[in-house]
Design a protein around this ligand. Structure first.
Ligand code: HEC
Length: 124
């Protein structure tokens, strides 16, 4: 008797999740796809919505100044954590200590590429 109830529940819940996951542009290349997966699982909760003051890659005005920093600085801030001018805090590794340096960097690469993509769109 329980199974049908669960499948009904699943039907209600999964389309929503699928929609959230597919709403971010998939960029070419294995590296950026790995980065996208890491970003969805660890970073999107803040950066997808501007939660806690996190800059949103889909908002050009928020990411243009970040793209002016060197990639090394962005990597360091994502790995070690960072306080912004307004005391907004980027937690080390997005709060997940299990992520390797390379995984965090791939998520930064995805965010930077996503931001560049939206900046391009705005200019067209
Ligand atoms: C708890 C919320 C939160 C999570 C989760 C989070 N961030 Fe952030 N992140 C922030 C905030 C807030 C800032 C802005 C700090 C500031 O004021 O410049 C930020 C800034 C950044 C920046 C810009 C740093 C700079 O020097 O301008 C990068 C890059 C970044 N985050 C990467 C990531 C990555 C990669 C992940 C996932 C592994 C992640 N963030 C997860 C809140 C978060």
């Amino acid at each position: 008797m329980r199974a049908p109830l669960y499948s009904l529940l699943a039907l209600c819940v999964f389309p929503v999740i699928a929609e959230v996951n597919t709403s971010y542009v998939v960029l070419e290349g294995e590296r950026l796809q790995q980065g996208r997966d890491i970003w969805l699982a660890n970073c999107e909760g803040c950066h997808g919505y501007g939660f806690a003051g996190a800059p949103v890659p889909m908002t050009p005005s928020e990411w243009a100044p970040r793209l002016e920093k060197s990639r090394t600085v962005l990597y360091e801030h994502a790995i070690d954590g960072f306080f912004g001018a307004d005391d907004t805090m980027m937690p080390a590794r997005g709060g997940n200590p299990d992520l390797t340096d390379d995984e965090v960097k791939s998520a930064v690469d995805y965010m930077a590429a996503l931001a560049a993509y939206y900046i391009q769109l705005e200019r067209k």
